[in-house]
Design a protein around this ligand. Structure first.
Ligand code: NCD
Length: 327
């Protein structure tokens, strides 16, 4: 049985298949004349299959897109959007008992968890495949697949390896953890930079892990702090030293629910001047003030397209996990 807990649960062939399949699904859905014929054909294969969503933390994109994906595939969905409040967890039931029991009711589970490591604990007792939809500060492997897909749909034919900047809360963002792990072993990536306010720098152990993984593919990894309290100097430093030549800027909010409020970085509109016309700005969303809405109309702002891609990538993933299709 295949669980999806960490980005390391995917091998390169699997990821290549997901990208191909999600591209195909996206194209077919956007083709106006016959988008529904495609979904009708898929429907038969998923009829009678049930996905359970069990979420212990708030979610918009992950839960809705997984549920939409399963619905489009013709399967059924049941779930709890607030299992911490409305399941027997509230009565003191253990995480293990919760997942052992619900795994008896369906064919696949998507869980979201309060703490790092909880997804693994739940998978250990689950009788059916379990997908980690985010575990505390740990990982968010399916978001990384969506981010990866969103990056490479923009750079289908690479001349030079990509420079990727992680801009924001690089300590507590699980989406950063999973995507950096994935990109660190990609031959298409040449440089990974973590730009964070001093208190939101990547954890040392995590940084070492990324450096070690990147070593095999000769990816350069470095961590830049926001150095200066003078806003003008800071912006110049960030613009000239970090953003110039970046192909992908991956912005994240400060994860204040994970251990206190920290002042985050703001992706100022003037930073756009340091980016080339081909570069892209991604954000897993939700955003707060770190990504001003004045950037939304810039052609490089790809975060809403990225969130739409969640549907196609998760359809491909469910298809793979539920039917074993992978070639
Ligand atoms: C992220 C998450 O839940 O980790 N959102 C998502 O799934 N797209 C990002 C966040 O909460 O900041």
């Amino acid at each position: 049985m295949k669980h999806v807990i960490s980005i390391d649960d995917f091998d390169p062939e699997f990821i290549a298949w997901i990208v191909r399949r999600a591209t195909e699904i996206k194209r077919l859905r956007l083709r106006q004349e016959e988008p529904y014929r495609f979904f009708r054909d898929l429907h038969y294969r998923f009829r009678g299959r049930l996905m359970i969503t069990d979420f212990f933390e708030p979610s918009t994109r992950t839960r809705f897109s997984f549920e939409a994906a399963m619905a489009y595939l013709g399967g059924m969905v049941i779930g709890s959007e607030n299992a911490a409040e409305f399941s027997s967890f509230k009565k003191g039931e253990s995480l293990e008992d919760n997942f052992r029991v619900i795994s008896g009711y369906g064919d696949i589970i998507v869980g979201r968890f309060l703490h790092e490591g909880d997804a693994r604990r739940a998978a250990d007792v689950s009788e059916i495949p379990l997908i980690n939809g985010g575990d505390g500060m740990g990982e968010h492997p399916t978001q990384a697949l969506i981010d990866y897909f969103s990056i490479f749909e923009h750079f289908p034919k690479l001349q030079t390896p990509l420079k990727v900047v992680f801009f924001g809360d690089n300590l507590r963002s699980r989406t950063v953890h999973s995507l950096a792990m994935l990109l660190s072993t990609s031959p298409s990536v040449g440089e990974i930079i973590f730009l964070s306010p001093p208190r939101l720098k990547p954890d040392e152990v995590f940084l070492k892990t990324i450096e070690k993984r990147a070593d095999h593919g000769n990816v350069q990894v470095w961590s830049a702090d926001e150095q200066d309290s003078d806003l003008q100097l800071l912006r110049e430093y960030v613009g000239k030293n970090v953003l110039l030549g970046a192909d992908v800027v991956y912005v994240t909010r400060s994860q204040d629910e994970r251990g206190g409020k920290e002042a985050g970085l703001v992706f100022a509109r003037e930073y756009l001047n340091f980016l080339s016309p081909e570069s892209i700005i991604l954000h897993p969303l939700p955003r707060n003030s770190e990504l001003p809405t004045t950037i939304d109309n810039d052609p490089r702002a790809c975060y809403f397209e990225q969130s739409k891609n969640g549907l196609y990538v998760r359809m491909a993933l469910l298809e793979n996990l539920l039917t074993g299709t992978d070639r």
